[in-house]
Each structure stands twice: as C-alpha cells, then as structure tokens.
Write a protein that binds this ligand. Structure first.
Ligand code: FAD
Length: 411
C-alpha cells in the first residue's frame, strides 16, 4: 500500500559490521571520473577506508542541475556513517508525511507517515534538500577527508590494460583502480558493455521552484507551507510531486508527464505554456501553483537497460552510468551512495592489489541485483501512480484508503 523503501538488507552493508576504516588492509590509488552525487559519495566512502582518491570532473565549476532531491532512509543511514551529519544538518528538511492526492480534486487518497515511522523502521530519517546543498556537503566532506578534485578535466579514453585514463589535455594518469561515475551519458559504460544502454522511458519531467512568498500570500494554497510535507497529485500518465526545501524558503516541483518524442527537438522556450497545458483540468489549487512557476526546464527521463557487466579489468562503473532509473522511487542518487559504500566494503576485504578484480566481481554481483530491483520498483511505482480513472485506479485507491482513515488533513 505504501511505496516501499527497502531497508538495506545486504550483509556487508549491515551497520553492525565494522566500518571500512576499521578493516582496510591495502591502501589503493583510486581515480574517480565524475564529481556528481555518486562520484563524491564514492570518494568519501573510499577515502574513509584510507585510500588515496582523485576525482576528475569535466565541468569547470561544480554544480547540480535541478532544485530539490529526496534522500531516503537507506541513503541517510549510510551518509551518517560516512560522517555527513554535520555537513547536512543545517540544510536538510525532514518531512512528516507523503500525501497521495486525486489529480482533479487534490483529495488525499493515501498517506505515508514518515515521522516517526521511518526513523523507527529504518533507523534513519527521510530528508529532502536542495541539490546544490547536498552536492556542497558531499564535496566538503570529501575534501576534508583528503580527496583531490580536479575540475575542467574531461576524460576522453580509458586504458584497461594499464588501469588509467586519458584526459582531453593530453595527460594520462594510472592508478590501482578507476571508478567511472560519469552519469547517464557514460563513456565508460560503452567500455564494459558495448550496446545502446540508455533508453527513453516515454516520460519527461518539468522541474521548477515557486516563490514561497506568493504561495504564502494565497489562503487557498498557503496550507502547503504549514508543515514540511511531500504532496503528490497522481492521475492518468502524470503526477506532480511537491515539497519545500531550504528551510521552507523554496517550493520544489517535479511534474512528470508522457513524452516519447526526441528530446533534441524540444523547444524549451515554450516549456512554461506546454507544462500548463499538460495539467489543464487538474486540481485548481495545483493549477494555481503551476501558474506561479516563472521558469522551468523540461527534462527527459531515461533509464539504463540492465547491464550484464559493470567492470572490465580494474575499471568499474557505478551510479547513473550503471543503473539510471525513473525517479519514481526517489532512489537514483541513493543507489549511487549505496554503490560507493559497497565498493569500499568489497575492497576492504582484499590483501593486495591483485585481488581487486575479485572484489569488483563481488561488488558487481551484489549491486547489479539490488539496483536492478530498484529500477523495476521505480517502473512499477510509476504504473501504480499513473492509472487512468477506472477499475484499476479505484482498486488502488481502495487499497490505500485505510491509511487516510482518521487522517487529520482538511486540505
Ligand atoms: P551525474 O550526477 O550525472 O554525475 C556525473 C558527473 O560526471 C557529472 O558531473 C559530469 O560532468 C561528469 N562527467 C561525465 N563525463 C565525464 C568525463 N568524460 N570526464 C569527466 N567528468 C565527466 N535520486 C534520488 O536519490 N532522490 C530523488 O529524489 C531523485 N529525484 C530525481 C528527480 C529527477 C527529475 C531526476 C531526473 C532524477 C532524480 N534522482 C533522484 C536521480 C539522481 O538525480 C541521479 O541518480 C544522480 O544525480 C546520479 O548521480 P551520478 O553521480 O551517478 O551522475
């Protein structure tokens, strides 16, 4: 009934097992390609284990596209163990509930109680945060652990035989291990498994923020700011996810809708009016908020065809490069955080650099299974949310009903 957020059931990620720092035998020289959320989280996990880590990032400046991101409990638990709490505490928000709402009226049809249930069940909070703050927190923690981040350093080639990278500048660098966290357009993915791995899902999302002052000034919608809750309006092939970030200073929206056209043909200059048209006829209060959006970006939602390999030699891919997924479980970055910790854990069992391929094969097996299940769960969540009105939708709403019984929301 509730969207399920799987607890971290992998034995070697069990919090009761020693942290990587306690069990490392060899100190490796490790290259990470990409300083996104996945690359930075992995760098932190590996540096915490005593490895020497250098990240090569193609962008001349660090940053993140989009506004808000959810950090589910399986991720916050690991981040806490990686020492992120002091870096995150001032910029995270802990929502109380997720309300699922009828598309045309906004009536609550299902409720997931995050506080206190998630801390009790998963032993960790469920947060939302501005992406830039999340990224900065990870970057600062990585640097404090001695990670070197090289910017404007685009990797053009990988050298499997020598475990190295070739940079656009012409420089080449070798290491004991290369981790490619180079995102959905991964070059390294082609290296480990040749083939067209990235697929359009047939969905796109408008991402936007709304000025909270405008929402607060309107009594018909100001209730959305009373508590830091997530609200999702669900309907035929579409949904709108909303929550506040930045200590209530910003209202984040993701508006998912079907679109199987080629993203290179999209006209971003008409995105605002296109978005309004997509949600015509929906809850008038929701349409009012959509009308307050001043700028938006239309974003293709892609997923990665499950791969049969994530490694070649001593090169391994992780994060979106390995398992890009629909964002309908809010687990893409969370899986990358798990990847990083799992990689550090696998390497902590080896006695010398010759054992790296064996450690990578264990990492690959465990993480491929876990991420593959999350890809499927994300797809399934979308299907459940996106029923057109009819028998399936009514059955779904009935199944969610008991959770709203006695529910105090009047909105
Ligand atoms: P990226 O963030 O893409 O980072 C890759 C990095 O590699 C980039 O910095 C890039 O510049 C660099 N790079 C690429 N090629 C090279 C090269 N050749 N040389 C050097 N550098 C290179 N996840 C969640 O956990 N919770 C959510 O709530 C959530 N919501 C989402 C909502 C939407 C609408 C979308 C689209 C995604 C959402 N996700 C969410 C997923 C999450 O954003 C991604 O899974 C995550 O950001 C992937 O991180 P990454 O580091 O693997 O890849």
């Amino acid at each position: 009934k509730n969207p399920t957020y799987p607890s971290n059931c992998l034995t070697f990620l069990n919090p009761s097992t020693p942290t990587p720092a306690q069990s490392t035998h060899v100190r490796l020289k490790i290259i990470i390609v990409g300083a996104g959320l996945g690359g930075l989280a992995t760098a932190i996990a590996l540096a915490s284990s005593g490895h020497t880590v250098t990240i090569y990032e193609q962008a001349p400046e660090l940053g993140e596209v989009g506004a808000g991101i959810q950090i589910p409990s399986n991720s916050t638990r690991l981040l806490s163990r990686l020492g992120l709490d002091p870096y995150l505490e001032k910029c995270v928000t802990e929502p109380e509930t997720i309300s699922f709402r009828r598309w045309e009226s906004g009536r609550v049809i299902g409720l997931t109680q995050l506080i206190p249930n998630f801390r009790e069940t998963y032993r960790a909070p469920y947060y939302v945060i501005h992406r830039a703050n999340f990224h900065t927190a990870l970057y600062r923690r990585a640097v404090d652990l001695g990670v070197t981040v090289k910017l404007a350093a685009r990797v053009t080639e990988y050298d499997v035989a020598r475990t190295g990278i070739l940079l656009e500048s012409g420089d080449s660098v070798q290491a004991d291990l290369v981790v490619a966290a180079d995102g959905v357009k991964s070059v390294a993915r082609q290296l480990v498994e040749n083939g067209p791995a990235i697929e359009q899902t047939g969905f796109a999302a408008y991402r936007a923020t709304v000025d909270v002052a405008r929402i607060r000034a309107d009594p018909e919608i100001s209730w959305l700011l009373e508590r830091p809750n997530l609200n999702i309006w669900i309907g035929d092939q579409r949904h709108v996810m909303t929550y506040t970030i930045g200590a209530g200073k910003s209202f984040n929206m993701v508006l998912s809708h079907p679109d199987d056209t080629d993203p290179s043909t999209w006209d971003q200059t008409t995105a605002l009016s296109d978005m309004q048209r997509e949600f015509q006829g929906w809850d008038t209060r929701l349409q009012k908020i959509i009308g307050m959006i001043e700028k938006t970006i239309k974003w293709p939602l892609v997923s990665c065809t499950p791969l049969t390999r994530w490694t070649t030699g001593r090169i391994v891919i992780l994060g979106d490069a390995a398992h890009a997924m629909l964002p309908y479980m809010s687990q893409g970055a969370a899986m990358a955080v798990e990847d990083g910790v799992a990689l550090a854990r696998s390497l902590s069992r080896i006695n010398n650099a010759q054992d790296i391929p064996h450690a990578l094969s264990i990492f690959e097996k465990v993480r491929m299974d876990r991420a593959g299940k999350m890809q499927e769960a994300s797809l399934l969540n979308g299907k459940l949310w996106h029923f057109a009105d009819g028998p399936l939708q009514r059955a779904r709403d009935k199944a969610m009903e008991p959770e709203t019984r006695g529910e105090p929301f009047s909105h």
